[in-house]
Design a protein around this ligand. Structure first.
Ligand SMILES: [Zn+2]
Length: 490
């Protein structure tokens, strides 16, 4: 190679290397800008609505920001929905929720949910796991259920760097929102004794009931609007995943298993074992009466019995299975710990979310193809004494551990139907159920009625006479007249 050519080659190499260098710098710059645009600072964000709208702007096709109502002081209760079809319930797709900061002085969960929303948005285009999650589950995240309590405690935090243990826990009326849900469990325990309903329990408001707070009222309306299947509410002050029931039969502290106890232990364990320290920590939280929980999980009432909690309400009044997670000993951790808390919880939050797919999902239809809402889905064998119901599109989700099950379907006006299904680990079992209309067998009905007339009615009439009613004569009071009429007394 001659000298001039060598020089030429060198200069060519130099300019190529300069181009490569500039190109590399450009790529790095682009990555840095992208990361900057997509990352969310680890601080306590004051304006949740603004943060959620910023995330929505980054992922307009994956998100929807909405409010479900307002706090006592008129602050919005923000939610971000993350889904491949935001704003729409897709038939067969389960709906999931996380709620944080219902105790105003426990704000780490609030930042975790903002980070989670941001994570799902920024990873969606290239992360297959996130794609699966977002495409197959309609996710709702509510970073703050108690904005007034947060505001109070944040002011103190900002001034002093720490918050006294119960400062800002309640809402602006000083009410603990996790004790303010209707007390359904006393009705449930009574139903258990009398063979009454084991699901969708309702309570007629009583004069002695605590006044329902606007934050709780809004969340209850939201719970009944969406067919939520699975959820968790995020707290701080301990390090444990807590599952129903929260109320024992006597209000003393002891293990109070609900019919889905085994499933709930699995769900709580999923959170605990994927957390950096929850399952295996060695040190007690620094408060009097603290103890270590076996495997990082606990039954609510076994820890301490309370009434009016959100997780019990979810289970007893809706189809949703809810757990309560305590994410650390410090109720209001300093901002410089938020990144570590996110790293500790990220996998738990994702793994728990994936559990919305476990068990049996399906659709219940009539013979003519119309979907049947409010059909009862009963796990008959091995029996689990807690039924779920179909949503308005006839779709249902019954979270179940792996196994072989007999599931019965009941709906008014239809013959009950039984299906045998196998649930496999990490898989969803899909079932399509067609129910036949129930027709009245006229011949059978007249046979039954004749039998009743001949055997039971004479006894009933004789019994009524013995109780002092006098058929054929004017009854002594209006009440007796009504009773006599109702009993067909001639
Ligand atoms: Zn709490």
């Amino acid at each position: 190679m001659d000298a001039s050519r060598n020089l030429l080659v060198q200069s060519g190499n130099q300019s190529q290397s300069t181009i490569r260098h500039v190109y590399k710098v450009f790529i790095l710059l682009a990555i840095t800008v992208t990361i900057h645009v997509h990352s969310l600072d680890f601080v306590y964000h004051q304006d949740i609505g603004q943060v959620l709208h910023n995330i929505h702007e980054k992922c307009p096709n994956l998100t929807r920001v909405y409010t479900i109502g307002s706090s006592v002081k008129g602050r919005s209760l923000w939610v971000i929905e993350i889904s491949d079809n935001p704003g729409e319930h897709e038939v067969g797709e389960p709906e999931f929720k996380y709620i944080a900061n219902m105790h105003g002085n426990e704000p780490a969960g609030r930042e975790l949910l903002l980070q989670l929303a941001n994570h799902l948005c920024r990873k969606y285009s290239r992360d297959r796991r996130v794609q699966r999650l977002v495409n197959n589950t309609r996710i709702h995240l509510m970073p703050c259920m108690n904005p007034d309590g947060f505001h109070e405690s944040y002011l103190v935090y900002n001034r002093t760097g720490e918050v006294p243990p119960f400062y800002g826990r309640g809402n602006a009326n000083g009410v603990d929102l996790n004790r303010n849900f209707p007390d359904l469990i006393s009705i449930y325990y009574e139903n258990e004794r009398t063979n009454g309903p084991n699901h969708h329990i309702t309570r007629t408001p009583q004069p002695e009931d605590p006044i329902m707070q606007p934050e709780v009222e809004a969340v209850i309306a939201w719970m009944h609007k969406h067919p939520f299947v699975l959820s968790a509410n995020l707290h701080e002050g301990e390090l444990v995943a807590n599952y129903p029931f929260d109320t024992s039969r006597t209000n003393r502290n002891f293990y109070s298993a609900c019919p889905d106890d085994e499933l709930f232990r699995h769900l709580a364990t999923t959170y605990a074992e994927n957390h950096a320290t929850m399952r295996d920590r060695k040190n007690l939280c620094p408060y009097g009466g603290a103890h270590l929980f076996e495997n990082g999980i606990t039954n609510g009432a076994d820890w301490y019995s309370v009434t009016g909690s959100m997780q019990d309400y979810n289970y007893l009044a809706t189809n949703c299975f809810d757990i309560t997670t305590e994410l650390g000993c410090t109720k209001f951790p300093p901002e410089n710990r938020l990144r570590e808390i996110w790293d500790d919880n990220r996998e738990s939050l994702l793994k728990f979310l994936e559990k919305a797919q476990m068990g049996v999902h399906g659709v219940v239809r009539s013979q003519n193809g119309s979907r049947i809402r409010d059909a009862v889905v009963e796990v008959a064998g091995p029996r689990i004494g807690h039924d779920v119901t179909t949503a308005k599109d006839g779709d249902f989700w019954r979270l179940l551990l792996p196994g072989l099950y007999t599931i019965n379907f009941h709906a008014e006006g239809f013959k009950s139907k039984s299906e045998t299904v196998t649930v496999r680990k990490g898989k969803t079992t899909w079932v399509e159920v067609t129910m036949e209309t129930e027709t009245i067998d006229v011949e059978c009905f007249s046979r039954q009625w004749k039998d009743l007339e001949e055997n039971a009615l004479p006894h009933l009439k004789a019994l009524v006479k013995r109780m002092g009613f006098h058929p054929g004569r004017r009854c002594p009071s209006k009440v007796e007249t009504i009773i006599a009429e109702k009993l067909f007394i001639p």
